[in-house]
Write a protein that binds this ligand. Structure first.
Ligand code: IMP
Ligand code: MG
Length: 175
């Protein structure tokens, strides 16, 4: 069977929700500046769209992490593949992610970034799969809570494909 994509969240729903979350973030951060941190590669489409909807001043930085897997030693579960360019000292940081699944990546990433003394750290995600949570993370802004299905599009990939889909879908008929 050929691989097909079933639409889970249509493009217009994603766009509308990002506008709403952008407005909410703009209200919550009134009078402040936001330092957006994009977790590559999946967070990039969401961060670009979200940033356009935020009306307070923003700066942006990018980071890439890889997962060591479930059980690891002292260094934690995430390894920095590409670190941030800028220090976080005194900044109001908003981490922008594509999806929170087990929560492991973000749990360890937040722990690591806290050590850099930002004024605050909040977390914003396009998608959340709450059923899959292993590590508790406080997610401040969620666009869509979804069931436990493997999704692609809007930055999310399956074997590096489908990131460019303008909607969120489920891969069907994959080997
Ligand atoms: P966590 O550490 O288990 O929360 O994993 C988060 C990362 O796993 C995400 O940033 C994604 O890169 C990847 N991931 C989890 N679920 C999916 C999915 O349904 N589709 C594509 N990537 C996913
Ligand atoms: Mg990700």
């Amino acid at each position: 069977m050929a691989e097909t994509i079933r639409v889970l969240v249509p493009e217009k729903d994603v766009d509308k929700k990002i506008c709403e979350i952008g407005e909410q973030i703009s209200r919550d951060y009134e009078g402040k500046e936001i330092h957006l941190i994009c977790v590559l590669k999946g967070g990039v489409f969401f961060m670009c769209e979200l940033a356009k909807r935020i009306t307070v001043p923003v700066s942006m930085d990018f980071m890439s992490v890889s997962s060591y897997g479930a059980d690891t030693k002292s260094s934690g579960v995430v390894k920095i593949v590409k670190d941030l360019d800028e220090p976080l000292e005194g900044k109001d940081v908003l981490i922008v992610e594509d999806i929170i699944d087990s929560g492991r990546t973000l749990y360890h990433l937040i722990e690591l970034l806290q050590k850099r003394n930002p004024a605050s750290i909040r977390l914003c995600t396009l998608l959340d799969k709450p059923e899959r949570r292993v590590k508790q993370v406080n997610v401040d802004y969620v666009c869509f809570s979804i069931p436990d299905e493997f999704v692609v599009g809007y930055g999310l990939d399956y074997a590096q494909k489908y990131r460019n889909l303008p909607y969120v879908g489920v891969v069907e008929g994959a080997e």
